[in-house]
Design a protein around this ligand. Sequence first.
Ligand code: ZN
Length: 451
Amino acid sequence: MAPSTPRLVVPIDPKKKPREQKLPLHNRWHPSIPPVADVMTGELFRVEMVDWTGGSIGDNDSAMDVKNIDLFTVHYLSGPCRVIDVDGIPAKPGDILAVEICDLGPLSGDEWGYTGTFDRENGGGFLTDHFPCATKAIWYFEGIYARSPHIPGVRFAGLTHPGIIGTAPSKELLDIWNEREKELQDNGFNRLQLCDILHTRPLANLPTLKGCLLGMIREGTKEWEKIAREAARTIPGRENGGNCDIKNLSRGSKIYLPVFVEGANLSMGDMHFSQGDGEVSFCGAIEMSGFLELRCEIIRDGMRKYLTPMGPTRLHVNPVFEIGPVEPRFSEWLVFEGISVDESGKQHYLDATVAYKRAVLNAIDYLSKFGYSKEQCYLLLSCCPCEGRISGIVDAPNAVATLAIPIAIFDQDIRPRKQEVPNGPKVMKRPDVLKCTYHGSLPITRNLATE
Ligand code: ZN
């Protein structure tokens, strides 16, 4: 007999708010957040998820919801799921949890998504000094394809994936996170010689009671407050996986996650219909609600066998994954180079961040010659399946980063040709992205967006 359909362990009603869902959601990492479901190794199970903002950003005609987003409430995660083997023994610290993504996609009846940039004073993004305004583009899904009324002239198959999948940290690991991130927050500006992108953005996102949601732990209780003060924010990826935003964690991929607590306590969320490498606009994938159909295996004592700690404790490890067999196929790419010399002409030493920034800016400038606004290009490069690489990291003083854009997503030939680019109002891609005005000042670099 055919096996039954995947067992639904976390249901979501996309019409309801995060706090009204049948099983409670959480938006922090902490070992004391109790599991909401048990799953067995080998069984196919289904987890549904709200979009990362829990429905705060809508399918409407304004970017005001992006501008005013409360970033203390993100990301809303489903789970944790406790993983138990066929003998009833849970995953143990030191094991590896192998999670296969057998299927994934948008929730039915909710087949749309959005890409945006945050206001420079509320979230910002990789290029926030060039693009200080909150913007938004809505995307509609047609099976495997996405198209946007706000970025006409492009259509592509999504490389769908969870932005976040991870195991719960142990208390020991959580303490390490909080200590090292606080140290960076306190002293980082003195030490870092990064380009301007960080100047209005927090160096780290430390624990806070504000907006904290802890699953089954009832809000306002003593226990809640104690956990909320320690619980790690979900913004950065860490040793447990988490918000790694890796576009290739798609259908058929398998991720090997270190286990730090009994049961592994697997959580997930932040589904992306599609995303480019780097997710540069920060609200930057095609963000959506969605589902994952998963199968887990436990590799006993796997951390000792396969993951070499590169630091002071055995906890300093990172996940490993296998790419799945199903990805959109693009054969032609236009690739933009960037080097570690910033927009002002300043030389940086082998800085891959500066080089990638330059590659993205070069691509935006180039594509805007084909009728797109610079905001349309920025959002598109953030969410279409483009490939970012560190192409060279040894040839001092310049790191070289490249950004490869699949040519086939455009309805026109974007390659350099002998003739003039057909520019002018006729070829403008309208309507443009939804855009708010920016009220702060822009002290640092020229504003490419308004040139
Ligand atoms: Zn996301």
